[in-house]
Design a protein around this ligand. Sequence first.
Ligand code: COA
Length: 375
Amino acid sequence: MRPVVISGTGVFTPRETITNAELVTAFNAYATAENETNADAIAAGDVEPLAMSNEEFIFKASGIQQRHVMNKSGVLDPDIMHPKLPQRDDGEPGIMAEMAVDAARKALAAAERKPEDVDAVICAASNHERAYPAIAIEVQELLGIQGFGFDMNVACSSATFGIQAAADMIRSGSANCIIMVNPEICSGHLEWRDRDCHFIFGDVCTAVVLEAKENATSDEQFEIISTRCMTKFSNNIRNNNGFLRRTRPDGVGDRRDMQFMQNGRQVFKQVVPIVSQMVVEHCTDEGIDPTKLDRMWLHQANKSMNDFIGRKVLGREPTREEQPNILQDYANTSSAGSIIAFSQNSNDLAAGALGIICSFGAGYSVGNVIVRRVG
Ligand code: COA
């Protein structure tokens, strides 16, 4: 089977940012107003007052300092507490397709490829803005790509699973060149009124061009040595929103479980050992000593989680270069996180350097992509 390379990546970064300080001010204004509204019920002991959020906790617990969002004003308005995006009619490009086209153009330029060189578009993301037609097909149309496109969703692992799907198609010959995009508007499914998680997510879109090594010309090539994907069912990260919502007796209201929910402590405890073990085993099975990996581009959810996985895999404290984090600037961007880390921290590697792109999240799902820098 023919070798496959990643020949270019691109990142669309929304213009607006929210710092932890801005986020906490908005949340605390919301919580104060709620507590005033419920003052009698709180005094009677019928309702628990909402506790205030604080910047120190957020940074210490997560490592996040700010996040990019598609709309800041709605999120920070204590009377709204979610992004406000303009209505678009069906003749206009969708917002996710627009983000994806921007990232895809950058990835195509880096790969020295034109839309006519591409055979397929995969849109791999944890939420898609509509059920159908697929966002991937809209991106295909907007870029003028022939062939086919499809959407897929494996939550935070969508991009690594998408890379495996694309690489397998190129290896087997059903496509020569594929662009995979990861538009993530996490601000849309985050419950900004819940202090346990209101700091977690940000918005972004990444794109990756994959092609047969024999055809690739760019100077940013990484050969895909091996991929490995794993899923194991868990309710610890869950969102119950879906197309059957209106069919259920209690389905239409403003319900907490219609947004992202997680048992963060459990996720942390259960996922870290699974990921560390899977990276070590995958490398060992490929004849690679995991302690000799030159770089680990990990999923960007939590700095302590990444530090722990880095230590377990490398057997020592990873340097910032060995295990780059971008979550301080972007927060958790679901499937896009490890791809941003890869896109922004890979070009300095010398020919022959080995690294792993690794994602983990809801499902649970874990995806590994072992790559070697092409000289
Ligand atoms: N401000 C101040 N205090 C807060 C707070 C906030 N915004 N949010 C929670 N707290 C409080 C809690 O109420 C709790 O108080 P208690 O000890 O009195 O009960 C305390 O801080 C610790 O909360 P906890 O939720 O246990 O924090 P944590 O150290 O586990 O950090 C996460 C929370 C979410 C950052 C962390 O668990 C995590 O990152 N988990 C993995 C998440 C993940 O990878 N998810 C995948 C998503 S795709």
